[in-house]
Design a protein around this ligand. Structure first.
Ligand SMILES: C[S@@+](CC[C@H](N)C(=O)[O-])C[C@H]1O[C@@H](n2cnc3c(N)ncnc32)[C@H](O)[C@@H]1O
Length: 287
C-alpha cells in the first residue's frame, strides 16, 4: 500500500465512474469523501492504491464491487417527518380531495412514491400520516393506499425493510404520541408496527433507470437526493416524474431544493409555510 492519498487523476477516474453508475456528482473538494468512503473496500480488495482499485472496479464484470462502491458513496442521512411541512400538507391538503374521490367511487386507491427512501424514515412517516388520516375519515382505509419506497443503496434498503430503529434514529423527529402508537419497543430498539409496514413496498431502484416501470403516482417525494446530481440529470428526473404523475399530481422536493430554472412542467404552490409542486397537466404531466 502506498500510504499516499488519492491523486488528482485517480480522483477524476473514480468520480466519473461513480457519476456514470448512480448520478452522484462530486466536485474536487469532495476527493476526501472518495478516500474515506472507499478506503475500506480498496484494502479489502487487496489494492495498493486508488488507481488499482479503479481498474479492478472497471474490469469487474459482476455488479458486486460496483454495487458496494455505490453503497459506500451514498449519503443516507434522513429523519422522521423531515422538514415537517410536506407531511402537514399531505395530511391537510392533498389527502382530503383524493379521499373524497374514493368515497364518491371515482378512484380506488392513492399511490405515493418515496423516490430515495434511505433507511425508511420518509415512507414510514408517510405511512403514519395515512393511518392518522384514516382514524378521522370514516370510509377511508389504509388498504386504499400504496407507498412505493425505492433507493439505490442495498444496505439502506435492508435497514428500511427491517423497520427497526435505535434510540438515536428514533430521537430525530418522531413525536412521542406517534412513537407509542406505531412502534413496538424491544430492548434498545423499536420496530415499526405491521399495519404501517405493510403499506410500504420497498424496491431497489436506480433513478438513472426508466421511471415508468414503477407505474403512475398521485404524489411523489423526491427529497434530498437530486442535490447530489448534475443539473442535466436533475432535469431528466423531474421530467420523468412529470410523466408518471397523475394530471395535477404533486411533487415534494426538500427545503433546500427548487425546480426553478430546471423544470417548467410543475406549478410551485405554498401551504403551511412550505413549497411543493403541482404537475401542470397542460404541460408535460398530461397523459
Ligand atoms: C440523503 S438521503 C435522503 C432520504 C430521504 N429522501 C430524506 O429526505 O430524508 C439520499 C438517498 O438517495 C439515495 N440515492 C442516491 N443516488 C441514487 C440513485 N441514483 N437512485 C436512487 N437512489 C439514490 C441514497 O442511497 C440515499 O439513501
Amino acid at each position: 500500500m502506498s500510504g499516499e492519498g488519492i491523486t488528482n487523476v485517480e480522483f477524476k477516474l473514480l468520480r466519473d465512474f461513480i457519476e456514470q453508475h448512480c448520478g452522484i456528482c462530486l466536485g474536487e473538494e469532495k476527493a476526501y469523501l472518495i478516500e474515506t468512503r472507499l478506503a475500506g473496500l480498496m484494502v479489502e480488495n487487496g489494492c495498493p492504491d486508488f488507481g488499482t482499485f479503479y481498474r479492478l472496479a472497471k474490469s469487474d464484470t459482476s455488479p458486486s464491487l460496483r454495487e458496494k462502491i455505490i453503497d459506500a458513496m451514498t449519503t443516507n442521512e434522513t429523519l422522521w417527518f423531515r422538514d415537517t411541512h410536506p407531511f402537514t400538507i399531505l395530511q391537510e391538503h392533498l389527502l382530503p380531495p383524493l379521499a373524497a374521490e374514493i368515497l364518491e367511487g371515482r378512484r380506488f386507491r392513492i399511490r405515493i412514491w418515496s423516490a430515495a427512501c434511505s433507511t425508511g424514515q420518509e415512507p414510514y412517516s408517510i405511512g403514519m400520516v395515512i393511518h392518522e388520516f384514516c382514524r378521522t375519515h370514516p370510509g377511508i382505509r389504509p388498504s386504499h393506499f400504496e407507498i412505493v419506497a425505492s433507493d439505490i443503496s442495498p444496505s439502506a434498503l435492508f435497514l428500511a425493510k427491517m423497520g427497526r430503529f435505535d434510540e438515536n434514529a428514533l430521537r430525530r423527529g418522531l413525536p412521542d404520541d406517534l412513537r407509542s402508537r406505531y412502534f413496538r419497543q424491544e430492548g434498545t430498539v423499536a420496530t415499526i408496527n405491521p399495519e404501517v409496514k405493510e403499506l410500504v413496498t420497498f424496491r431497489k431502484f436506480n433513478l438513472q433507470d426508466p421511471l415508468d416501470v414503477l407505474g403512475h403516482f398521485d404524489i411523489v417525494f423526491c427529497r434530498y437526493v437530486a442535490i447530489y446530481f448534475a443539473d442535466d440529470f436533475k432535469k431528466h428526473i423531474y421530467s420523468g416524474i412529470a410523466r408518471l404523475l397523475a394530471p395535477n399530481g404533486h411533487l415534494f422536493v426538500s427545503a433546500v431544493e427548487s425546480l426553478r430554472g430546471i423544470n417548467d412542467e410543475f406549478i410551485p404552490l405554498t401551504q403551511s409555510g412550505g413549497l411543493y409542486y403541482q404537475c401542470n397537466a397542460s404541460e408535460g404531466g398530461s397523459r
